[in-house]
Ligand binder design. Structure first.
Ligand SMILES: [Fe+2]
Length: 180
């Protein structure tokens, strides 16, 4: 098969202007996305510090838990959740997702269940972060008298949440831990 050039004189946009791929500094910089648990925790801290970004979005719902997706990226999602006093998640896992939970406002109580360590209860103040791997079992409850707000990063995005309802051992077998 013979090849015919659209440019009989041998010129083309590339030959005239140069190959842009040969000049990486001219290409737009790739948007950095976290790829590690530490990167996701840092992303959550950056969002937490940007109060003007998330505070106006927060809503409270006395009938059901309120949540909104704040951001998506390659392989992750960021969710904003609110918790009125007494509201809780119930015991659950996160399917195949890893996650980072960050408290933005108020105080939340997390009860986790880890093989070997049993059930552990933690009081999470603003700025406290919990990082978890796939298969992690926990529940989050607002046991305080004030509303609370939290930020959740999931990687990959949360597609599965298995509830552990009545079988969940809600009573902590260890003293409460205070996390900041
Ligand atoms: Fe969770």
């Amino acid at each position: 098969m013979s090849s015919t050039s659209a440019y009989p004189d041998g010129l083309s946009d590339v030959s005239i202007a140069g190959d842009p791929l040969a000049w990486p500094h001219l290409a737009p910089a790739p948007v950095p996305h976290p790829t590690t648990v530490g990167g996701f925790a840092a992303l959550a801290r950056r969002v937490a510090a940007d109060r003007e970004r998330w505070a106006p979005l927060v809503r409270y719902d006395a009938l059901t838990r309120w949540y909104a997706r704040l951001e998506t990226g390659p392989g992750y999602e960021v969710w904003l959740l609110s918790w009125l006093p007494g509201q809780g998640s119930g015991g659950h896992d996160h399917g195949r997702s890893s996650g980072v939970l960050t408290v933005l406002e108020g105080t939340l109580t997390e009860r986790s269940l880890t093989p070997g360590a049993g059930s552990v209860e933690r009081e999470l103040s603003p700025g406290a972060q919990r990082v978890f791997a796939p298969g992690y079992l926990h529940e989050v409850v607002n046991t305080s008298l004030e509303p609370a707000v939290s930020l959740h990063v999931y990687s990959p995005g949360l597609t599965e949440m298995n509830p552990y309802g009545t079988g969940w051992p809600l009573r902590a077998t260890r003293p409460s831990v205070r996390s900041r």
